[in-house]
Design a protein around this ligand. Structure first.
Ligand SMILES: Cc1cc2nc3c(=O)[nH]c(=O)nc-3n(C[C@H](O)[C@H](O)[C@H](O)COP(=O)(O)O)c2cc1C
Length: 490
């Protein structure tokens, strides 16, 4: 088996949508669709009239009878909703296996993977975050129905995923232990998903995709390989300069004068220990620069995973105006990126690009009414009466405290769900005409985006241009040597 040299990292929400993944896969590298919040992405596209009819085309091929029709009936607006109107939401995510939310997740993920794979025979991956557990089983099943080739998962310890892929490939029911805050030690709660609840017109054997775990330390890599409930096929070793969420430093609580988490020697990955695991591995976090692939290969890696340059290329889901602004800031040397220790309700540090009008600005953050209407980052907790509740530190503070959370934990949290939806042009219009502000994330490499511009007159670049640039040291005769400014960080 040959694995790709270059993996385009999964970027939620909708940043690495099917268009970007398809563009990358068609170039022979691994395109990865972001698996987060695809239920919402699907129903918002349908309410925008599904331009080009692509979602409906994919839904027509969905093998479980009746489900696509039910979803279309509820959410599809042929002429698109009026811009000043809000989107109809799906019910908040909950643990029931057959809820409308779970059905939307299966179909939404199927659609995204199906579209990314359409029209070519190359491989496509799906990225999920371990911390978001409620949709995981439905997402994996929907992706496998569409023939996903790789599943990539980080932001936690995804040791239960390989076995789930094995179960689904055999047509068996699968379950996933749910992390419940406040649960007693001897109690365990599991989510389950049974393919039998999704009867297909004709039975279909599902392929078991490769499973790649995204890790930030060799200790985690070793644990995963030893303790997973099935085969781990490879590792992506990601450093703290990467876009999106970052793993917290091993020594917690220390902040730099600018208020960012401080990473020290204990956070350095011992690559010798990774090599000892004898698995293919890819390096990520500022590897989207010319020469970096060569460096990674020399260290024994199979290749690199790159996010930030792809996030701002033409095919990504980010609103074109935001892309243009960020690239222009990079060119002018004025781009600022802050590793925010508090923004994300997950508790993981989150890279935020300073962008005017976005939630990175204090007045914008303070003017927003706190609410939790998407609910992907709600954490399950055990109520006093023993029932299961859900809470998010970015929800209205009084609600969070009523549910047993603390004011301290809620402080400075941002609604990542709504912020990221807005960044890909799917913002909600809330009551009182309040439009959800955008939240832009990118790795430290965002400062160097200008190096992908193939000329003074260019304001953007394609996924193919990023790939050519990154591969040019490896394949000089096919590369585009000379077209790119020598990369030097401003
Ligand atoms: C806009 C953006 C969104 C991201 N979202 C996710 C995500 O949803 N899940 C995930 O595992 N990684 C996410 N990442 C990380 C990428 O998949 C990739 O590993 C990382 O960007 C590589 O480092 P680089 O940004 O320095 O190229 C995101 C990165 C960016 C830039």
């Amino acid at each position: 088996m040959t694995h790709p040299l270059l993996i385009q990292g999964g970027m939620g929400v909708g940043v690495s949508g099917w268009k970007l993944a398809s563009a990358v896969s068609r170039e022979g590298q691994l395109g990865v669709v972001a698996g987060t919040a695809l239920a919402t992405v699907l129903i918002r596209r349908l309410q925008d009239g599904d331009p080009g009819g692509v979602c409906r085309k994919a839904m027509e091929t969905f093998p479980v009878k009746g489900l696509s029709e039910k979803i279309l009936q509820r959410y599809f607006i042929p002429s698109g909703k009026a811009p000043e109107k809000g989107y109809l939401r799906h019910p908040l995510p909950d643990a029931r296996p057959n809820s409308l939310f779970q059905e939307l997740t299966v179909v939404g993920t199927f659609v995204e993977v199906f579209l990314a794979k359409a029209g070519h025979t190359r491989k496509v991956g799906l990225n999920l975050l371990e911390k978001i557990q409620i949709p995981t089983l439905a997402s994996l099943y929907g992706a496998m129905l569409a023939g996903v080739d790789y599943v990539l998962m980080g932001a936690g310890i995804p040791r239960n995923i390989p076995g789930i892929l094995d179960d689904f490939a055999k047509g068996n029911k699968a379950s996933l232990p749910l992390d419940v805050e406040g649960a007693s030690r001897d109690e365990s709660t599991s989510l389950s998903f049974d393919p039998a609840d999704y009867p297909m017109a004709k039975s279909q054997l599902l392929k078991r995709p490769y499973f790649l775990a995204i890790v930030s330390s060799h200790v985690l890599a070793q644990t995963l390989v030893k303790k997973s409930n099935g085969r781990v096929d490879g590792l992506i070793v990601e450093g703290a300069s990467a876009g999106g969420h970052n793993a917290p430093p091993r020594v917690r609580g220390e902040l730099s004068p600018s208020g960012e988490p401080v990473y020290g020697p204990r956070d350095e990955v011992d690559l010798a220990k990774i090599r000892d695991l004898n698995l293919p591995f890819w390096l990520a976090g500022s590897f989207g620069q010319p020469g970096k692939l060569k460096q990674a290969l020399a260290l024994g890696a199979t290749g690199v995973q790159v996010g930030t340059p792809f996030a701002f290329c033409e095919e990504s889901g980010i609103d074109p105006a935001i892309k243009a602004k960020v690239i222009a800031q990079s060119r002018a040397g004025t781009l600022e990126i802050f590793t925010d220790p508090a923004a994300s309700p997950t508790g993981f540090p989150f890279k935020v690009i300073a962008s005017s009008g976005s939630i990175s600005e204090k007045p914008v953050y303070e003017a927003r009414t706190r609410r939790c209407d998407l609910g992907y980052l709600r954490k399950p907790y055990r109520r006093e009466d023993g029932s299961l509740g859900f809470r998010c530190p970015a929800e209205p503070i009084d609600d969070f405290i009523r549910k047993g959370g603390s004011a301290e934990e809620a402080e400075n949290r941002k609604c990542v769900c709504n912020g990221l939806m807005s960044t890909v042009g799917l913002s909600q219009i809330q009551a009182g005409n309040e439009k959800e502000p955008v939240m832009v994330t990118g790795g430290l490499d965002a400062k160097r985006l200008y190096t992908f511009l193939a000329g003074e007159d260019r304001t953007g670049f394609s996924a193919k241009e990023v790939i050519d640039c990154l591969l040019k040291d490896q394949f000089p005769e096919e590369g585009m040597a000379g077209r790119y400014a020598e990369a030097s960080a401003p």
